[in-house]
Design a protein. Structure first.
Length: 252
């Protein structure tokens, strides 16, 4: 593996003194889909939130270890957190479109960042919606309310909104958990295209999805990283019995 885009070194994390992550060390390669999977309560979402510092304002928490992005510690004093979050976008399980139109949702971030040129904004709009596999479905509905879209379309709109800022890393926390199979397939297909340009870390909503999309996979159990492998190896020949039991449905 080349130098990882993200390196997590001996990270432990505590909520009110209770461990959510225990001594996790994990490398996330660039331009690939890394799947973080395992039973509920394993620390998967906590880990995603640490990668772009969304837990900063949560009281009663404590972290040890380091999270490196391109070799730089994102928790080092003086880190520009706003700039970090432009580099590391996140999409949540429930689609949360902003009030306003489809167009306004996608262009909210670029406008906030100071982009004003009409041509440039139009290019961002088309590029982001195309990358999120949504352009063909909404190109004639750009001025419709975003909440008029279907659930699957709203989720892809949220992905497009994140892509509009051209992040280097895209974090996805169960992005298809509430979607029908057709919409889920469209989101997954977009991920295969997106990894050519972005580094993707996803918490999938099922083992089946994990196996379908993973270039690399990491199995978490009760806050510990149990096993990490190339995706096809993890889901065909896991080395750890606990990972095998979870993948084959013996628990979880």
């Amino acid at each position: 593996m080349d130098e990882p885009k993200i390196r997590i070194e001996n990270v432990s994390y505590f909520y009110d003194g209770k461990p959510a992550l225990r001594q996790v060390t994990l490398d996330v390669p660039a331009h690939a889909i890394t799947v973080i999977f395992g039973p509920a309560g394993g620390g998967k979402t906590t880990l995603l939130r640490l990668i772009n510092r969304l837990n900063d304002l949560v009281e009663g928490t404590r972290m040890s270890g380091r999270v490196l992005l391109d070799g730089e510690d994102i928790y080092a004093p003086g880190t520009d957190v706003a700039a970090l979050r432009r580099r590391v976008g996140m999409v949540f399980a429930l689609p949360l479109p902003l009030p306003g139109t489809v167009r306004e949702n996608v262009l909210y971030g670029p406008r906030l960042a100071g982009v004003r040129g009409r041509t440039q904004l139009e290019e961002i709009l088309v590029r982001s919606l195309t990358q999120a596999a949504l352009w063909e479905e909404v190109k004639d509905r750009l001025d419709d309310p975003a909440n008029a879209l279907s659930g699957g379309q709203q989720q892809r709109l949220c992905i497009a909104r994140s892509l509009a800022l051209e992040p280097e890393v895209l974090l996805l926390d169960e992005p298809t958990s509430g979607l029908d199979p057709i919409s889920t397939g469209k989101v997954e297909e977009s991920l295969f295209q997106l990894k050519q340009r972005y580094t993707i870390v996803i918490v999938p909503h099922s083992v089946q999805q994990a196996a379908r999309v993973a270039d690399y996979a990491a199995f978490f159990l009760r806050g510990e990283l149990i096993e990490q492998r190339v995706g096809r190896e993890m889901f065909t020949a896991p080395r750890d019995r606990r990972a095998e039991d979870y993948i084959t449905g013996r628990f979880g």
